[in-house]
Design a protein around this ligand. Structure first.
Ligand code: ADP
Length: 181
């Protein structure tokens, strides 16, 4: 199963992606985690990405697309994946479509997590990651509204909307139901 998770920062995509990955038997691919691993290993890609991430801006799409393309070409993703944090712009969605078209493997579904702004801000502040300061969070929410939310239109017809507020298991059950599983 080829799945994309959409939703504002702090919507719980990472947590749900882990559970879905276990249940569906496909890898969880998080661009945020891939960037953070590159940053902690001080790779050239990590050094390039860090300044954008620290400011809550998007890493340029050419860098991000290349990173995702090589990750989904790995053997463990041959039967699918749960994409978390990608695509984040319409141009990334178009790039992903090209990658998948080449392999003859279209997306099966896009899950959209619905969570109110004040709830996600509260969750992010309590998580305390380096890019979770109030100012950076505010910028990431702005970037989400401007650049990522239009993907809901782009994926119209493929989107399953799920209420993202509640216990982790409860939200996961909603996603599985929305996927018909
Ligand atoms: P969150 O969903 O809480 O914002 P992520 O871990 O998904 O956190 O992303 C952290 C940061 O990594 C983003 O603010 C952005 O700078 C960068 N990033 C992640 N995914 C992408 C992407 N698809 N395109 C560009 N930048 C990205």
């Amino acid at each position: 199963m080829r799945l994309v998770l959409l939703g504002p920062p702090g919507a719980g995509k990472g947590t749900q992606a882990e559970l879905l990955s276990d249940k569906l038997g496909v890898p969880h691919i998080s661009t945020g985690n891939l960037f953070r691993a590159n940053i902690s290993q001080q790779t050239p890609l990590g050094r390039e990405a860090q300044k954008y991430i620290d400011a809550g801006n998007l890493v340029p799409s050419d860098v991000t697309n290349r990173m995702v393309e090589s990750r989904i070409a790995e053997p463990d993703a041959a039967n699918g994946f749960v994409l978390d944090g990608y695509p984040r712009t319409v141009d990334q969605a178009v790039a992903l479509e090209k990658m998948l078209q080449q392999a003859g493997q279209p997306l099966d579904a896009v899950v959209s997590f619905e969570v109110a702004d004040d709830v996600v801000v509260e969750r992010m502040l309590s998580r305390g990651r380096g890019d979770d300061t109030e100012e950076v969070i505010r910028n990431r929410m702005h970037v989400y509204r401007e650049e990522t939310a239009p993907l809901l239109q782009h994926y119209d017809g493929l989107v399953a909307s799920v209420d993202g507020v509640g216990e982790v298991e409860e939200v996961n059950n909603r996603v599985m139901r929305a996927l018909g599983r």
